[in-house]
Design a protein around this ligand. Structure first.
Ligand code: F6R
Length: 606
């Protein structure tokens, strides 16, 4: 949520920063801005900001807007409306200090009152502006000390980058709860909140820890704590290629990422299957067989789509490992003073590895002595670092705000974990083998589903006229229905509800009429007849039905047929056509598919 990018070197900085902002735009697209050291005789800082997208900022940059050191930001509004004034960077009254900030300053109101009483004049409604004034107010001799002093007053979270007119040879950055990554180039240095903005320039990165700061100069960097002692953060190499962030001939990232799923699943399986013992190896789990056998419960925590992946994961773990398991939104869990049980294995699931509610739940659990694993996509992210071990889902970078391939890879990764736990307990060799065969079939079956794109496009055009849709599923199909309903509403803005099919007659059936279509998940499993009964109930009320099923459903107006896998793994595949359905519905309605209104990728605030 929100993106920071900065550069110091010899190149013209504005085009570089604009390119970085484009790469980060998925993290927030309410406004954008740049500040740079103007250099030359007059020196000083120059800045430009604009409400809206990066292209708006680009069109508004002044003619002479040159320099070789600068910082930039793309914003998802928290404090203050999305407008020019509230856009970052924020400067002090003398325009000596420029700050870009991700995160939330909890005591901003108090600081604002104190600074106003001292005569500082605020121009924006943002929490960030207090930082610009605090840094300007500091009488410390170096920029590092000024920033250190300023962040000492702050309660809350921040990832910041700071320019100061009197220190044109450096950018100072600091991190507490919001990512800051340094990119190391040849006689040039970059900084960003996300490697997405770095990989086209360098893959050598240093990720700061909370409480860490850094000074970037063109030919070196130094890291140290907010208390001032040096640290020795070492560079690592980013795995993801720059091309993975490109659209690759697709019209949107959503379309591209839906189509990457067969490869992504293949990557999640690669090197992990152990045919000899009909199990899988999950290197980073840090859970030996004895630990695995001692687990009495599994609790999965995540938000949004990742929570839905966790619901499917919990069912897989119960089915294959016979360990009681459930999933809960991390955002709820952390506020209900949960009973933390030493025999429960907690699993935090997150694409970004940054979602604040998930991170806060992990930290609360760790404080209470729980064992927490991560099921995460972004390597080295905060949640990956905070957990005791885990599984990387290897979906590759996901740029569309709406999650698709990562959801699928999360569910596959839960399948691997369920198999692993099952095989340390009572799952037979034969069942282990059966599940492995099912997992191996997935990439080919995903290709089969995607080959049916034309039918799904036609159906989406037809259903795009609905004002509201119902999604139903039973047991394994229910989280699939929930995820499909979320996908549709966030990308098309059509109202959608998801219900267990079994619950229809307890209330929601009242909504069914011809104008309210139902999307039904109907796997060929032991509940097929029960699901068919629900379709009968809907048909009897003249409801239109679109079924996602393993065979054509007589009662449905339309069926999208998907290939059958093992019962326990069917949920992995059944949501995929509905990702395409959401995509084509949104397309038919002319929506901004990659950047739905009011949303942003990586929710790093509460
Ligand atoms: C929906 C979506 C969100 C995220 C949620 C958690 O398409 O992407 O619901 O799943 O914000 O994000 P992560 O997985 O990064 O923790």
């Amino acid at each position: 949520m929100c993106g920071i990018v900065g550069y110091i070197g010899k190149r013209d900085v504005a085009p570089l920063l604009l390119e970085g902002l484009q790469r980060l735009e998925y993290r927030g697209y309410d406004s954008a801005g740049i500040a740079l050291h103007a250099g030359g005789k007059t020196g000083g800082l120059k800045s430009a900001k604009a409400k809206g997208r990066v292209r708006e900022l680009e069109s508004r940059l002044p003619k002479r807007f040159n320099g070789t050191t600068g910082i930039a930001h793309t914003r998802w509004a928290t404090h203050g409306a999305p407008n020019d004034v509230n856009a970052h960077p924020h400067l002090d009254a003398d325009e000596k200090v420029a700050v870009v900030h991700n995160g939330i300053i909890d005591n901003a109101a108090d600081l604002r009152t104190r600074l106003t009483a001292e005569g500082f004049v605020f121009v924006s409604d943002t929490d960030t502006e207090v930082l610009a004034h605090l840094i300007a107010r500091s009488e410390a001799g170096t920029l590092e000390e000024k920033v250190r002093e300023a962040v000492g007053h702050i309660e809350g979270t921040y990832g910041i980058a700071v320019l100061h007119a009197d220190f044109p040879d450096r950018i100072v950055v600091a991190r507490n709860g919001s990512p800051v990554v340094l990119g190391i180039g040849e006689k040039e240095m970059f900084v960003s909140s996300d490697v997405a903005a770095l990989v086209s320039h360098t893959r050598q990165v240093v990720t700061l820890d909370d409480g860490e700061m850094a000074t970037l100069r063109a030919d070196d960097y130094r890291t140290y704590t907010t208390e001032g002692s040096s640290t020795s953060a070492q560079p690592t190499t980013v795995e993801w290629e720059a091309e993975s962030y490109d659209m690759g001939g697709h019209d949107t990232y959503m379309h591209k990422e839906i189509h990457e799923q067969a490869d992504a699943v293949d990557r999640a399986l690669r090197g992990r299957i152990d045919d000899r013992f009909s199990t899988v190896h999950l290197g980073g789990l840090n859970l030996d067989a004895r630990d695995a056998r001692a687990v009495r419960r599994v609790k999965i925590l995540g938000c949004g789509t990742s929570y839905h992946a966790g619901q499917i994961g919990a069912q897989m773990i119960e089915e294959l490992a016979r360990i009681p398991a459930d999933a809960e939104p991390a955002s709820e869990f952390r506020y209900r003073n949960p009973v933390v049980d030493p025999d429960t294995l907690y699993i935090a699931v997150s694409q970004s590895g940054e979602t604040y509610d998930v991170l806060a739940a992990v930290q609360e659990l760790k404080r209470k002595g729980a064992r927490v694993l991560g099921l995460v996509n972004v390597v080295g992210s905060a949640i990956a670092r905070e957990t005791d071990g885990g599984i990387y889902v290897h979906a590759g970078p996901e740029v569309c705000v709406v999650s698709t391939k990562c959801f699928t890879n999360m569910v596959v990764s839960f399948g691997l974990l369920a198999l692993h736990l099952g095989r340390t307990r009572d799952l037979s060799v034969a069942d282990g083998k059966r599940i492995i065969e099912g997992l191996r079939k997935l990439p080919g079956q995903i290709e089969e589903i995607l080959a049916n794109e034309a039918q799904i496009e036609e159906l989406a055009k037809e259903y795009a006229e609905a004002k509201s849709m119902m999604f139903i599923g039973r047991v394994r199909g229910y989280p699939v229905a929930r995820e499909a309903s979320l996908k549709l509403k966030e990308v098309s803005y059509i109202h959608a509800e998801a219900y267990p099919a079994s619950e229809l007659k307890h209330g929601p059936l009242a909504l069914i009429e011809p104008a309210m279509p139902t999307v039904a998940i109907v796997p060929d499993d032991e509940l097929l007849e029960k699901n068919r009964a629900a379709l009968e109930e809907i048909k009897a009320r003249s409801g239109r039905i679109l079924a996602v099923a393993h065979q054509v459903q007589e009662k449905a107006d339309h069926t999208i047929v998907v290939p059958k896998n093992e019962d326990e793994l069917d949920a992995i595949l059944m949501g995929i056509p509905l990702q395409l359905f959401a995509y084509y519905t949104a397309k038919a309605m002319g929506r901004d598919i990659d950047k739905p209104r009011n949303l942003a990728k990586s929710v790093t605030v509460e």
